[in-house]
Design a protein around this ligand. Structure first.
Ligand code: NAI
Ligand code: MG
Length: 398
């Protein structure tokens, strides 16, 4: 196959730094690609009134694969205040460009793997029998429905009359909420469709089958949120029975799951959930394997083959201006590996993951988070590796 073109979208703050380091690692591992720059983020909001310019959407449509750093988002009023003067009175409203990308390209499958590296001082430990210390090996992949549910954006404060009247047709609404003046009512909907629920479930089962996980856990709340969570679980049962009889289907409630994940995280394999619960449970598991310096993600549309790969962390503005960057590039590098898997460059991905594992196991090069230091500019003087030194150490192993 010819050389790939990757759309690199650095975004803001530390997004730029970690993306450059990941590309150095990709180069060193022998991944042959050319990179085009996709503008995205705060700068483009301030200067153009759009954090996701049309030209970036075009690039991604053409080349299909995006590597994304992180962006800065600010609340509505702050966003308007920072617009360039010429754009201030145009009624522009800020919305997150990463959510914009998800919606524009229908990137409905979000995958967030959380696996612990041997020797990572940030790995979760627990107390076992007779006061022993145990370090369970976590190897979980969360499949999060990425476009619907509570983050689907269908919401109102002081809803219009037809919406309000529709709500009044529900007996529970009449019983529990009719007392409230319409002007004092806020409603966020949680919409699940069969089509996209089936897609996330099948993606989860397929992954479990391909990589030999013994179970798929639907992590929702079907006993209370009967319609949406209930539908997802019923569909999971049917899919498992028809097509994946060799894989166990487990059903957990999100609240209980957040408690259990520190009790027996090694028991879980693939987890699948709607948008919000997927967001929550993936942060929970990420905390067990080192947190934001290690949490990577992929989001893609299986029909179009368009995918965007990004660390879970944000732009960490307070670290962005340090003369020497101190943040951990591993989450970004792992996200780049997910990109490689997606485009069938599995051998290069495996090579990079092995190099990362070796550096962590050796324990000589550790970023400030791995040293459990507060993230101050002097951490490098105190023995922590800089962002670049961590990437260099990985490159040496390659
Ligand atoms: P953040 O993820 O940027 O940073 C939170 C803290 O996590 C940092 O202060 C740092 O202590 C730690 N951290 C983050 N990345 C790290 C890394 N690679 N290595 C070591 N430590 C790391 O989240 P925060 O501060 O809540 O948000 C900052 C900005 O980022 C906001 O404007 C927010 O809207 C945006 N954001 C963007 C996301 C995205 O682009 N997908 C996701 C989350 C937040
Ligand atoms: Mg999150």
């Amino acid at each position: 196959m010819g050389k790939r073109t990757i759309v690199k979208m650095p975004g803001d703050g530390i997004g730029k730094v970690v993306l450059d380091e990941a590309i150095r690692v990709l180069d060193a591992a022998g991944f042959e690609a050319s990179y085009v720059n996709g503008d995205i983020g705060w700068e483009f909001w301030c200067n153009e009134g759009n954090p996701l310019p049309e030209r970036t959407i075009k690039l991604l449509k053409e080349h299909k694969i995006g590597l994304f750093g992180a962006i800065t988002s600010k609340p509505k009023d702050a966003a308007t205040a920072e617009l360039s003067p010429a754009l201030k009175d145009k009624g522009l409203v800020y919305s997150s460009p990463i959510v914009g990308l998800r919606q524009h390209f229908g990137l409905d499958i979000c995958m967030r793997p959380c696996h612990s590296y041997k020797g990572n001082p940030l790995n979760f430990i627990r107390r076992g029998q007779n006061n022993t210390i145990e370090e369970p090996e976590v190897d979980v992949v969360i499949f999060r429905q990425n476009t619907e549910g509570l983050y689907g954006g269908v919401e109102w404060s002081n809803p219009p009359d037809d919406v309000y009247n529709a709500l009044l047709t529900h007996p529970k609404f009449r019983k529990n909420f009719e007392w409230c003046p319409k002007e004092e009512l806020s409603v966020s909907t949680r919409i699940f469709t069969k089509k996209f629920t089936e897609r996330i479930l099948r993606a989860a089962f397929e992954h479990a089958k391909k990589y030999g996980y013994k179970s798929v856990t639907v992590c929702e709340k079907p006993n209370v949120i009967r319609e949406t969570s209930g539908m997802m679980y019923q569909m999971a049962k049917a899919i498992q029975k028809a097509d994946y009889p060799g894989i166990e289907l487990w059903n957990t409630n999100i609240d209980a799951q957040m408690m259990w994940l520190t009790k027996n995280p090694e028991d879980y394999g693939v987890i699948v959930a709607g948008n919000m619960f997927g967001d929550i449970v993936s942060d929970g598991f990420a905390g067990l394997i080192g947190g934001l310096g290690f949490a990577c993600s992929a989001q893609f549309n299986p029909d179009t083959g368009i995918g965007v790969f990004e660390p879970t962390h944000g732009s960490a503005p307070k670290y962005a201006d340090y003369p020497v960057s101190i943040v951990n590039p591993i989450a970004m590098i792992e996200s780049a590996c997910m990109m490689l898997d997606f485009i069938d460059e599995n051998a290069i991905a495996a090579k990079i993951r092995k190099a990362v594992a070796e550096v962590i196991a050796e324990g000589k090069v550790r970023t400030y988070d791995m040293m459990k230091m507060a993230g101050r500019p002097d951490v490098v003087e105190k023995g922590a590796a800089s962002t670049r030194q961590m990437a260099d150490a990985i490159i040496v192993k390659l």
